[in-house]
Design a protein around this ligand. Structure first.
Ligand code: ADP
Length: 460
C-alpha cells in the first residue's frame, strides 16, 4: 500500500479519458495509451501503470491505435472499467507503477453459477505476468481452463458452456498487497465458493453485447448519464427520463443490454417478468410491483427492467381483463410517483410496441424509445466474437460465419456457438475414462472447436 502511494507520488500522473477497448482485445489486462502519455509517464510498452478512477487498478501499457494518437484517451475493457469504477467518457489518473512478484494469489469464481475447484496451474498460465490487484475482476482466455479442467467441471460435459466459455474470477487476495504479478514461484489458489464481484459487473458489461454500438450510445445518454450524474440534470433543470422502451424481436439482447447498462452505471438491477407477474394471485401482482419499486428506491441508483411489458399493459381499448387493468393502473401510479430525484430508470422491453397501452407512452412515463433490431453482418460478427471468446477455435472463420447467418439474432448465434462446442466435446468423449479424476492433458489439448463443428451446427 505504502509502496504504491510512494510510487504514485514519485511519478507524474497523467489524466486520460476512458474509452472502450476493442471487442477482440477485451480481457487481456492491457491499456492502450497515446505516445505522448507514455513519454510523460516515462514508460514503454509492457510497463505497468496504475489506473485510478473511484478505485485503483493496474494494466500493462500498449501503444494506442494509430487513429487514437493525439487524443488523450486510454482504452479499457469492461472489466477494467469495473475495476477502476469508471465508465467510458470518465477521466482517470494514470501513473507508472511497480508490480511485485506475488508469493500467493487467491481467485474465486465471480459468477454465481460457476462451481470450480482445482489446481491453480491453469490460472497461473492464464494470468502469468498480468498485473493484478486484490478485488479486481478478471476473465480467463479460452485455452487455459480447457487444459487442467477440474473433474467436477469435466463432468459437466453436457454443459459445454462451462468448459469452453470464458470464466470470470475475482482476485480475492494477494501476498504482498498492492499491484502484483504471477511468476514461476507464485502459489495460486482457486477457491470454490462464489465471491461477489466488484459492483456486480462480473455479470455483463457493454463488451458482452454485440452489434449495438448506436444503441449503447443512445442508452448511455438516456440512462447511464442521468444515473451517474444526476446533478447535471438538476443543475440544468431538466428531468432525466424515467422510462425507456426497448423494442425489437425476441433474442436480440434487450435483457442483456439492460443488465449491462445497470452494471456499467453501477446501479442496482431489478427485473419484473411480465407474464410471470400476471400469473400471480389476485392482488399479489400489484403488491409485487410495489415491492420492486420500493426496493429499487432503497437501493438507488437503480434500473427496474420490465420484460414483455405488453403482457401486463395491453391496450385498454382492446379487451383487457380486470387483472391487467389493475396492474396498468398500479404501474402508472408507481411511475408517476417516482421523484425526479429518486434516480430510478424503468426500462421496459417489448416486441410488440403497438400493443401496449398508450397511457404508458405519455411524457414522464415511457417517453423514450430505442429500437433493438436484428443484427446485420458486422453485428453478427461481433456477437459471434463474444460467444466464442472462451473457445479454442481451429480453422473457424468468424467473418464467413457472419456472412452465412443472415436473419440470426444474438440468441441464435449464442446457441450456434454452444452447439458447435458441444460437438467438439462429444468428439473427445470416447477418449475419456470417466472414472479417472483428471483428464489427460493431451486429450484436452485436442479439445478445439472446428469449422466443421460450426457447419454441422448450422445444419441442425
Ligand atoms: P431479448 O431480451 O431481446 O429477448 P436476451 O437479452 O434475453 O434477448 O438474449 C438472450 C441471449 O442471447 C443472451 O443471453 C445472449 O447469450 C444472446 N444475445 C442476444 N443478443 C445478443 C447480443 N447483441 N450480443 C451478444 N449476445 C446476445
Amino acid at each position: 500500500m505504502a509502496d504504491g502511494d510512494d510510487a504514485a507520488a514519485k511519478n507524474k500522473a497523467v489524466k486520460l479519458q476512458v474509452a472502450a477497448a476493442r471487442q477482440e482485445e477485451s480481457g487481456q489486462g492491457i491499456a492502450r495509451m497515446p505516445k505522448s502519455a507514455l513519454a510523460a509517464l516515462g514508460v514503454t510498452e509492457g510497463d505497468v501503470v496504475e489506473i485510478v478512477g473511484k478505485r485503483s487498478t493496474a494494466a500493462r501499457v500498449v501503444l494506442a491505435y494509430a487513429e487514437d494518437e493525439g487524443l488523450d484517451v486510454i482504452r479499457l475493457d469492461g472489466l477494467q472499467r469495473a475495476n477502476a469504477e469508471v465508465g467510458s467518457g470518465d477521466h482517470v489518473q494514470v501513473a507508472k507503477a511497480e508490480s511485485r512478484p506475488a508469493q500467493r494469489v487467491v481467485f474465486a469464481p465471480a459468477q454465481r453459477e460457476m462451481r470450480l475447484q482445482g489446481p491453480g496451474q491453469a490460472l497461473k498460465r492464464n494470468f502469468f505476468q498480468r498485473p493484478l490487484v486484490a478485488g479486481d475482476l478478471v476473465a480467463t482466455t479460452g485455452q487455459t481452463q480447457v487444459r487442467d479442467m477440474p473433474p467436477q467441471v469435466a463432468r459437466m460435459f453436457n454443459a459445454p458452456a462451462f468448459a469452453l466459455t470464458q470464466i470470470r474470477l475475482t482476485v480475492v487476495s494477494t501476498v504482498p498487497k498492492g499491484i502484483v504479478h504471477i511468476d514461476e514461484n507464485t502459489e495460486v489458489e482457486l477457491r470454490e465458493e462464489f465471491e461477489e464481484a466488484r459492483g456486480s459487473r462480473g455479470d455483463v458489461n457493454y463488451d458482452d453485447v454485440g452489434g449495438m454500438g448506436d444503441t449503447i450510445r443512445q442508452l448511455r445518454e438516456m440512462v447511464e448519464l442521468p444515473l451517474r450524474y444526476p446533478e447535471l440534470f438538476t443543475r440544468l433543470g431538466v428531468d432525466p427520463p424515467k422510462g425507456v422502451l426497448l423494442h425489437g424481436p425476441p433474442g436480440t439482447g434487450k435483457t442483456r443490454l439492460a443488465r449491462a447498462v445497470a452494471n456499467e452505471s453501477e446501479a442496482s438491477f431489478f427485473t419484473i417478468n411480465g407474464p410471470e407477474i400476471m400469473g400471480s394471485a389476485y392482488g399479489e401482482s400489484e403488491r409485487r410491483l410495489r415491492e420492486v419499486f420500493e426496493e429499487a428506491e432503497k437501493a438507488s441508483p437503480s434500473i427496474v427492467f420490465i420484460d414483455e411489458i405488453d403482457s401486463i399493459a395491453p391496450k385498454r381499448s382492446g379487451t383487457p381483463g380486470e387483472a391487467e387493468k389493475r396492474l396498468v393502473a398500479q404501474l402508472l401510479t408507481l411511475m408517476d410517483g417516482l421523484q425526479a430525484r429518486s434516480n430510478i430508470v424503468v426500462i421496459a422491453a417489448t416486441n410488440r410496441p403497438d400493443a401496449i397501452d398508450e397511457a404508458l407512452r405519455r411524457p414522464g412515463r415511457f417517453d423514450r424509445e430505442i429500437v433493438v433490431g436484428v443484427p446485420d453482418e458486422s453485428g453478427r460478427r461481433e456477437i459471434l466474437g463474444i460467444h466464442t471468446r472462451g473457445m479454442p477455435l481451429t480453422g473457424v472463420d468468424l467473418d464467413e460465419l457472419a456472412r452465412t447467418t443472415h436473419g440470426f439474432v444474438g440468441a441464435d448465434l449464442g446457441a450456434l456457438a454452444r452447439e458447435a462446442a458441444m460437438d467438439a466435446v462429444r468428439r473427445i468423449m470416447p477418449q475419456l475414462d470417466l472414472e479417472a479424476q483428471t483428464i489427460p492433458a493431451e486429450v484436452l489439448e485436442g479439445l478445439t472447436v472446428t469449422r466443421e463443428d460450426f457447419l454441422n451446427a448450422l445444419k441442425r
